[in-house]
Design a protein around this ligand. Structure first.
Ligand code: ZN
Length: 72
């Protein structure tokens, strides 16, 4: 696996969507390649950050108008 290939797979890897063989290949590459490892670490922070974000919240007035609409 080279760096280009790895970068294409990294987003899948960060989401844990890759199969076990591919994961192993990615991990082997990351151990030998500080550049790709740094990118992986950034991606991981990013995806963790996204998971920790609160879901978007509607402002109160918007929610009230929607509830009025729903009640008819
Ligand atoms: Zn690399």
């Amino acid at each position: 696996m080279n760096c280009d290939e790895l970068l294409k797979r990294l987003t899948d890897y960060a989401e844990h969507a890759t199969d076990a063989d591919l994961c192993a290949a990615i991990e082997r590459h990351l151990q030998d390649c500080p550049g790709c490892e740094a990118i992986r670490a950034d991606l991981e922070r990013l995806s963790r950050f996204c998971r920790e974000c609160d879901p978007p919240r509607l402002p109160d007035d918007a929610r009230e108008s929607i509830q009025k609409l729903l009640r008819g």
